[in-house]
Ligand binder design. Structure first.
Ligand SMILES: Cc1ncc(C[n+]2csc(CCOP(=O)(O)OP(=O)(O)O)c2C)c(N)n1
Length: 493
């Protein structure tokens, strides 16, 4: 027999995480295998915001039920007396079990259910964990905790403190008050969506447990009946959007780039294959900074543009984000636009959104020899790189806002390739399969030479966004250098 069998596996899951389907897939499997695993359900009633869903509702009811509190105390006392969890299962009368619906669900999945216990009672927790260690079958230990327990400001506002920047310990307030500046892309999206929804009753918003994070809180405040938080269930959220689209709605799914990865299959099968007009507002496209490798959104161009019929775009600034949402809602099929974390560029927002011509790039500066073609955030890099190139070369380069990765503006790219010596693509996305790859597919054979600026084929760690971008070589200096070296105007370093 290989593998270690002398250890008991303990998995800890939050009640928020329990809204994701994979939790049930795993429990269904463990219950079938009968594996002696302990699952600790850390139930604090909170996801990032208040937890949502029918199951969360049942947990909440259990939390408030005084009879249950009494039963819980009896269970805790009983724990000291009963040698194995198997016995415990049968020692609870069916009437007691019926009091607790979530418990029944776990029992049906093959788990012995134990709880709810006070997760802050260390002694009771130790006893419970020791007891479950003796059991020869799966056990679910349900514990109640308070989010932020032990630290006043976090107890008061668990949501705000879920993921915080540096703060003053005494007050819990941000160490540095937010500097006034341009609004975040997320906020611009949230308010633009409300405006679109005001003009079109078919528009509905969907978020997966990220109401504030995606700006969908604006939609919830204005149109609660047209806003859906599906929980940490991106896969379901996308299929749900498909259903709404079939029913004649115009669903807008606002999901972070990294979290949308787990909905890839429904995007392909349930949306694109059906040609449904679902809009994917992909927030946190690019490197996100401090949240690190799990949260960088650097694969979405590749995974979206490989899908037939998908329109894939990225705005160069927050004003264009407003236009792209408007454009997406007018496309008779699936579409997506990605935008970065953080503040916009500070441009004025349009009074009236316009529908962009699908598949058309925008020439921002008409120059020669070098064409800097940016996609999304890459356009800002291209604009700055243009200054460096023109200073060193004495010639103004062309700067293009690509807008679309799919359908890509093949006509313009072919013309740029004919009329320039070097074309540099710039994106904050992995080079493999990204925007630059799309350009190579169209004009890889020349005549212009194509250089690509983007994130290398490795996982990027956490850190300040500007430092990470510099480390990855997605900077004006790197883009200008690529152009100048390719032209022979600078020696390769
Ligand atoms: C797939 C996915 N979707 C959304 C998020 C964002 N997210 C991070 S923590 C969190 C809430 C988790 O709540 P819970 O599991 O109850 O843990 P708690 O923080 O309350 O202990 C969410 C929605 C994520 N990390 N992953």
């Amino acid at each position: 027999m290989t593998g270690r069998r002398d250890r008991r596996i303990v998995a800890v899951i939050g009640d928020g995480a329990m809204t994701g389907g994979m939790a049930y897939e795993a429990m269904n499997h463990a219950g079938h295998l009968g594996s002696p695993i302990t699952v600790v359900l850390n139930d604090n009633g909170m996801s990032i915001s208040q937890n949502v869903g029918a199951f969360a509702g049942a947990l909440q009811k259990a939390r408030l039920d005084p009879t249950l509190t009494k039963v819980r105390h009896e269970i805790e006392r009983g724990l000291g007396l009963i040698p194995g969890m198997n016995d415990l299962g049968s020692s609870l009368s069916s009437a007691t079990k019926a009091l607790f619906v979530p418990g029944q669900l776990f029992e049906a999945l093959g788990f012995a259910y134990l709880g709810p216990l006070d997760g802050h009672d260390i002694k009771a927790m130790r006893r419970a964990l020791e007891k479950t260690a003796d059991s020869d079958r799966p056990v679910l230990l349900h514990v109640h905790t308070d989010k932020g327990r032990g630290y006043g400001p976090a107890e008061e506002d668990g949501e705000a403190m879920h993921g915080s920047g540096p703060f003053a310990v005494e007050s819990g307030r941000a160490a540095k008050p937010a500097a006034p500046g341009p609004p975040a892309y997320t906020e611009v999206f949230g308010t633009a969506l409300v405006k679109e929804a005001e003009g079109d009753p078919r528009v509905v918003g969907i978020t997966a447990a990220m109401l504030k994070g995606t700006g969908m809180n604006h939609m919830l405040a204005r149109f609660p009946e047209r806003t859906y938080d599906v929980g940490i269930a991106e896969q379901h959220g996308v299929v749900f959007a498909g259903g709404l689209a079939i029913a004649g709605y115009r669903p807008v799914c606002a999901i972070y780039s990294t979290f949308l990865q787990r909905a890839y299959d429904p995007i392909v099968h349930d949306i694109a294959l059906q040609g449904l007009p679902v809009v994917f507002a992909i927030d946190r496209g690019g490197l996100v900074g401090d949240d690190g490798p799990t949260h960088h959104g650097v694969f979405d161009i590749a995974y979206m543009r490989s899908i037939p019929g998908m329109v894939v775009m990225a705005p160069m600034d927050e004003a264009e984000l407003v236009h792209m949402l408007h454009t997406a809602l007018r496309i008779d099929g699936p579409s997506a636009f990605r935008y970065p974390r953080g503040a916009g560029t500070g441009v004025a927002l349009p009074d009236r959104p316009e529908a962009l011509e699908v598949g058309r790039a925008q020439v921002l500066e008409d120059g020669s020899r070098v064409a800097l073609v940016g996609y999304g955030y890459g356009v800002q890099v291209a604009l700055d790189a243009a200054g460096i190139v023109s200073e060193e070369l004495g010639v103004r380069p062309t700067v293009v806002n690509a807008r679309f990765a799919k359908p890509i503006d093949a006509d313009l790219l072919a013309e740029l390739s004919r009329t320039h010596d070097v074309l540099v693509t710039i994106e904050d996305h992995v080079l493999e399969g990204g925007f630059g790859s799309a350009v190579l597919e169209v004009i890889g054979d020349g005549p212009a030479r194509v250089e690509r600026i983007g994130i290398p084929d490795e996982f990027i760690q956490h850190g300040r966004r500007d430092l990470l971008l510099a480390g990855a070589g997605v900077t004006p200096a790197a883009a200008a250098n690529a152009a100048l070296v390719a032209l022979g105007a600078r020696a390769a370093r």
